[in-house]
Design a protein around this ligand. Structure first.
Ligand code: UDP
Ligand code: MG
Length: 310
């Protein structure tokens, strides 16, 4: 029988979750009537995750593949490698920590079967179990991003999704080093069907996200999909040039008419500080793009697969 579904599961320090995850997949897909496989990606875990995965691969309670990275490359790289090794007609992206229920993947498969006009089924979080502050930051990120960026991101849409093979090929064709999956999904397009889900509490271990990572991820999202920040820099430059011109005329006229030097200490300090910081800000924006161009131009691999168990 042909492989119907591949579940791509990035794992970073999930030693206490992977076996439970596999069990819940098996019980969710019990008598589904088609073949499925789990592709685990060990993203350079420092705990016993790889050991646990080798065990699962040896047992083959269901079809299991394991890809292990030479170090931690990040979840996005994990998803990329998983897609490369997935052989299913449908491919599902799901976390290892059981926050996203495998039963839902079965529903997604059903939807793809029933609705040939859709290529992607994506889950979005209908209720968030997180703090008000974080929630506010995420909301403002989406607002800023959607006004700056060329792709429109649906807020709350997660990378918990199932799609057809053609979509996976498109994602793999996006060879960028800085991978921002929300942007990639939005960029490639395809008809997407949204279903709600509620994230469960983490089964074991702890989340790998912190505020700094989230912030950097947000910057990646904006810089990676738009050059509008560069235009903002040009705009700021033009604006200050106009103000500078007007002010210069005022100063020269004052000098010519009153004929005396104005002490102007405060003016000088304020101008130096303002123009200086504005310049640094704009150089920073340019730097973000130059840095990314530099990294991409090195054409390094997105990840290094050290061990592959198929
Ligand atoms: N993950 C990964 N590499 C990383 C960080 C996370 O493969 O560098 C995996 C992690 O093992 C989990 C998924 O990505 O399966 C989501 O991570 P996490 O649960 O920490 O994120 P959250 O659910 O809190 O958004
Ligand atoms: Mg999680």
């Amino acid at each position: 029988m042909e492989m119907k579904l591949s579940l791509v599961v990035p794992c970073y320090n999930e030693q206490d979750n992977v076996a439970n995850f596999q069990d819940s997949v098996i019980s969710a897909f019990n008598d589904c009537g088609y073949d499925y496989e789990i592709v685990f990606i060990d993203d350079g875990s420092t705990d016993g995750t790889l050991f646990a995965l080798r065990q699962l691969h040896k047992q083959q309670k269901c079809s299991v593949k394991v890809v292990s990275f030479s170090r931690n490359f990040g979840k996005e790289a994990g998803l990329y490698a998983g897609l490369k090794h997935a052989s299913g007609e449908y491919i599902a992206l799901i976390d290892a920590d059981l926050q996203q229920q495998p039963e839902l993947v079965r529903q997604m498969v059903q939807i793809l079967d029933d609705k040939p006009e859709y290529d992607v089924v994506a889950a979005y979080q209908d209720r968030r179990r997180e703090g008000k502050v974080l929630s506010l930051f995420k909301k403002s990120f989406y607002r800023i991003n959607n006004s700056l960026s060329d792709v429109n991101l649906k807020s709350d849409a997660s990378d918990f999704r199932t799609f057809r093979r053609c979509v996976a090929e498109s994602i793999l064709n996006m060879g960028e080093y800085h991978r921002f999956s929300k942007g990639i999904f939005a960029w490639i397009g395809y008809n997407t069907y949204y279903i709600p889900y509620t994230a469960q509490p983490r089964s074991a271990g702890k989340t790998k996200w912190n505020f700094k990572k989230l912030f950097n991820y947000g910057i990646d999202g904006i810089i990676g999909y738009s050059t509008k920040p560069l235009r903002i820099a040009s705009f700021l430059g033009t604006l200050t040039a106009i103000i500078a011109l007007i002010y210069s005329i005022v100063v020269i006229l004052e000098k010519l008419i009153t004929g005396i030097d104005i002490p102007g200490y405060a003016t000088a300090i304020v101008l130096i500080l303002w123009l200086g910081s504005m310049q640094l800000f704009c150089i920073g924006i340019i730097g973000e793009y130059v840095g990314r161009t530099f990294e991409q131009s090195k054409d390094r691999p997105i990840c290094i697969e050290k061990e592959i168990l198929e």
